[in-house]
Design a protein around this ligand. Structure first.
Ligand code: SF4
Ligand code: SF4
Length: 463
């Protein structure tokens, strides 16, 4: 018997998530029992019999009536497969993002840096021009993101200005969104002016609180860098509204992550999070994954308790987008490998910057490629066919898959556990906000997704 629901306890509430219809329900003991028995394959008649000694007849009848209505309206999946909605996933999108590795030089000497051993090289203007032409070539009027990456891209401000001016000369600027990923040490008046004038979104890499950060991220002469970055952020207060702190969690920094989340909240700093994909310091076995999941859970509990007390707090950054609960919206967790391309300093092309430097993943060179079609990957999801989380997870990051299983379309048990857990927490926080702080949710997802015809939540705890 195919199941279609998973259940979670979170902060005193019980939630069910129907992963085929993509609806979330908050439950009491009775509705939990009814849904759980139904999910196990029992018929309505059997459920009534099974619960007779536990609840009074009127309560059971009311809960069963609600269940029948929800099945008829396809809000809860039916055991009759033919009447179920398709468990479809939205994956189509045009190529919309270009990452330019402007240089592999850097003014820092971070302990784990993967650029260190590369020959020092800057990208040429000719390569930048060809890459931008390719991005806008099949101009479909969708927004395009141009990300300046490195090494330290702010060492090559001249190339950033060149790229932006070239886009402006071609009248593509209305379609262009810019971002820079930087170590945050080089902000100055000139750079701030360029950033503001062109609405560039900034991602400043920070490893965690001062102690953790300074252990890894040091200058060429081995000096710590945390205070340097925070001083810059204070000096250019505009940075707070246009930037986010990008924190990559490793096995070594995971203990600090909760504190760093609080630090960012207290200092009004936006935080994004990635987990490192690395055999040595990554989360490659069940114990390490469990430690990270426990930190995630603590942060989510802290978040919901703060929301309940009306405190201002940012969403835990490791949650999936709530939009991925909406079946017609493509999950933002879909590895956008076919929607983007990365150009290395020498013009070599990769589908994602994380593969840069691995010759197995060079998909061409900008000097030879005339169209983006040749770099498309066939992202086969057959490994995930039986998984309840697939609508949202969609097989995850193919780079993580490759590092841990040697295969871009195959995960491993520990990684899947982590992915499913962050999806469970996303569903639980969504349900919890629906139940306890609907105005807060409305602010996060916007009026159209909050509309009663679109909301993916139903309260079943008052029956
Ligand atoms: S959790 Fe694992 S099996 Fe499930 S969709 Fe993600 S990668 Fe696939
Ligand atoms: S491989 Fe990972 S990092 Fe690269 S595009 Fe896919 S999800 Fe993003």
């Amino acid at each position: 018997m195919d199941k279609f629901m998973v259940f979670f306890n979170f902060c005193g509430d019980v939630f069910a998530y129907d992963f085929k219809t993509s609806f979330v329900f908050s439950l009491n003991i009775l509705t939990y029992d009814v849904l759980n028995k139904y999910n196990e394959g029992n018929s309505i008649k059997e459920i009534k019999v099974l619960l007779t000694n536990k609840y009074d007849k009127t309560s059971i009848d009311k809960a069963i009536e609600a269940l029948n209505i929800l099945i008829d309206n396809k809000i809860i999946s039916s055991h009759n497969k033919e009447s179920n909605e398709n468990f479809n996933v939205v994956t189509d999108k045009n190529c919309e993002a270009l990452t330019l590795m402007l240089t592999n030089r850097c003014n820092f000497n971070c302990n784990y840096c993967f650029e260190k051993n590369k020959k020092k090289k800057d990208m040429s203007k000719e390569i930048i021009k060809k890459a931008i032409d390719l991005l806008f070539l099949d101009n479909d009027n969708d927004k395009k993101t141009i990300s300046f990456f490195g090494g330290e891209p702010l060492l090559k401000v001249d190339l950033i200005e060149y790229a932006i001016n070239y886009i402006k000369q071609n009248n593509w600027n209305n379609l262009a969104v810019f971002s820079i990923t930087t170590n945050g040490s080089l902000y100055n008046d000139r750079i701030m002016e360029i950033i503001k004038q062109n609405n560039i979104y900034i991602m400043t890499s920070v490893d965690g609180n001062k102690e953790i950060h300074d252990k890894n991220r040091v200058t060429m002469d081995n000096k710590p860098t945390f205070d340097l970055i925070m001083d810059k952020v204070k000096m250019y207060s505009d940075l707070k509204s246009i930037s986010t702190f990008k924190n990559t969690i490793t096995k070594e920094t995971v203990k600090d992550y909760f504190d760093f989340y609080k630090y960012c909240n207290n200092n009004d700093l936006d935080l994004t999070t990635a987990i490192v994909a690395d055999e040595e310091v990554g989360f490659n076995n069940e114990n390490d994954v469990d430690e990270l999941i426990n930190v995630y859970k603590d942060i989510c509990t802290y978040y919901i308790n703060s929301v309940k007390q009306n405190e201002s707090i940012q969403l835990p950054p490791f949650l999936r987008s709530f939009a991925s609960l909406y079946p017609d919206i493509r999950s933002d967790n879909f590895c956008p490998i076919n929607d983007k391309f990365t150009i290395d300093t020498n013009g070599d092309m990769y589908a994602c910057h994380r593969f840069c430097g691995d010759d197995n993943f060079i998909v061409g060179n900008i000097n030879d490629i005339k169209s983006l079609n040749p770099i498309h990957y066939n992202k086969d999801l057959s490994y995930c066919n039986e998984c309840w989380a697939k609508r949202i997870c969609l097989g995850g990051c193919i780079h993580e898959n490759y590092i841990y299983s040697g295969n871009i379309v195959k995960s491993n048990d520990a990684l899947c556990k982590l992915r499913k857990s962050s999806i469970e927490l996303t569903v639980a926080i969504y349900g919890s906000l629906c139940k306890n702080a609907p105005d807060k949710l409305r602010n996060i997802i916007g009026e159209s997704l909050y509309d009663k015809n679109t909301l993916r939540y139903l309260p079943l705890y008052n029956l």
